[in-house]
Design a protein around this ligand. Structure first.
Ligand code: ADP
Length: 461
């Protein structure tokens, strides 16, 4: 007779490619009911915009029908966005400590949208991602902190001054299903630009604690362009789930993306990925793509820097027209190529958030990370330690180049590495992982603390 254990064993063969893990260890499987020959269950994904829903459902059904006394499997697919933790006090470069920070009550995830310079389409991307996530069913807010050129009011076609409740908390405006708050709703054109930098930090803090955001799955923050002090202070003052960097091919992209990375790494904010805007021109008749600048720049940078590439968006006059008309393209022309790109990117962003939240849900935090004679040694805060040889870690690299997202199979044969094989650089990723650059040039593997402990168990076994 089929038991719940049998059902879970079967479902443990099904993976969520967004998180690269099986749906049982991700705790996605809920409400199992067995009434042979029928079995039913719910699978609750953490990504509302997942592109793998149908495939996961089909694989789960197929796995369940492999049970000897089952001939019907009802699988209901659901989703619930996970929440990132509030910020613990952070130690910063130079021995300073940033105080603990909290997300606004009811807000599950804060995502910063950043760019190295103005005019790359950061605000356009933020607006369209907010809409794409809303269309996927998520509850979304957008906080326009771009002090130098607040444009979300125009993009969403709203300009009212927000009202406040009795406790002077601001009520966000709402347009196209997205809750909005912008510097532009509160400042006037006469506000001197010189004041706007210092104001930005204070206002963002006020936007976090003094705005009635309500229940939100994602609150996107449209940061001012650049990677200077203002942006750094902003990112420190709120517990970000992660940051997205928007770039264009004609940027001196590498330096700019690197600057972005340099800004987020010391403050333990994971960079969820790079988006390349105005990547190419798509012919409206035949869809042929012309790469006006260089092709594949965004992908090259992201692989060189080991940051996920979230996708490229065509340069399309309709994007501008839609923004100027107060209805971003994802809503105005949902069938356009640009809208499709935004939806695909939104799905990847939601996947990256789900992954960061799952991995940071582990309580394992390192006190010290050392290189110890060809091995990585991590001393955890509880005093215990984990030691793993570098060649073992390299051969267990979890990145998409090394592992098939769907099957979890390794794409490469085991590498025979020279005796002087070593880690050239070990960088923190958020507060849940490290990224290792190896002496063979490979550097795309992000090893979460959770997975490092799992690998140590595997090595011991
Ligand atoms: P930023 O926030 O980086 O300063 P904006 O989002 O304000 O940039 O975009 C700058 C200009 O470029 C706007 O006029 C916008 O409509 C336009 N734009 C942005 N992305 C695209 C695109 N993919 N195709 C065509 N125009 C775009």
């Amino acid at each position: 007779m089929t038991t719940e254990r049998d059902v879970l064993d079967k479902l443990a063969t099904v993976r969520d490619p967004d998180l690269g893990r099986d749906i049982v260890s991700l705790e996605y499987v809920k409400n199992i009911r067995i009434c042979a020959p029928i079995v039913s269950c719910e699978i609750e994904l953490a990504n509302p915009a997942s592109e793998a829903v149908d495939r996961i459902r089909d694989e789960a059904k197929k796995a369940l029908l492999g049970l000897s006394d089952i001939d019907r499997a009802d699988v209901e697919m659901k989703w619930a966005v996970s929440s990132s933790p509030d910020g613990a006090p952070q130690s910063l470069p130079g021995g300073q400590t940033a105080p603990a920070s909290a997300k606004p009550p009811g807000v599950k995830n804060l995502i910063a949208v950043a760019s190295g310079k103005g005019g790359v389409g950061k605000s356009t991307v933020a607006a369209n991602l907010a809409l794409a996530l809303t269309q996927a069913g998520a509850r979304v807010g957008l906080c326009d902190a771009d002090v130098y050129g607040p444009s979300q009011g125009t993009m969403f076609g709203v300009s009212d001054r927000p009202e406040a409740d009795e406790q002077q908390r601001l009520i966000p405006l709402e347009a196209h299903g997205v809750k909005l708050m912008s510097m532009g709703f509160l400042t006037t054109k006469e506000t001197p630009v010189i004041w706007r930098g210092p104001m930005a930090t204070r206002l963002v803090q006020q936007f976090m604690s003094g705005v009635l955001w309500g229940e939100l799955d994602y609150l996107l923050i449209d940061l001012p362009p650049g990677t200077g002090d203002v942006q750094l202070t902003l990112t420190q003052s709120v517990p970000l789930t992660g940051a997205i960097i928007v770039t264009t091919p004609q940027d001196v992209a590498r330096t700019i993306a690197e600057k972005g990375l340099r800004m987020f790494t010391p403050v333990h904010v994971p960079v969820l990925g790079i988006i390349e805007n105005m990547s190419y021109f798509a012919c409206s008749h035949c869809d042929e793509r012309t790469y006006i600048f260089s092709k594949g720049g965004g992908e090259t940078i992201s692989s060189e820097l080991g940051i996920p590439f979230l996708g490229g968006i065509a340069i399309d006059p309709e994007v501008t027209l839609a923004g100027d008309a107060g209805t971003p393209i994802v809503s105005r022309k949902p069938d356009s190529a640009a809208a499709k790109s935004f939806r695909e990117i939104a799905s990847k962003v939601a996947a990256a958030v789900a992954r960061a939240n799952f991995e940071s849900g582990s309580s394992d935090q390192p006190k010290e990370i050392l290189e110890d004679n060809g091995k990585l040694k991590i001393v955890w805060t509880d005093g215990s330690d984990t030691v793993l040889p570098f060649d073992f870690l390299r051969n267990h690299c979890p990145c998409a180049v090394c592992v098939d997202e769907w099957t979890g199979d390794r794409k490469q044969l085991v590498l025979l590495l020279p005796s002087n094989f070593r880690a050239v650089k070990i960088d923190p990723v958020g507060n849940y992982a490290i990224q290792i650059s190896w002496s063979d040039g490979h550097n795309t593997g992000i090893y979460s603390f959770r997975s490092i402990k799992e690998m140590a168990k595997e090595l011991d076994a």
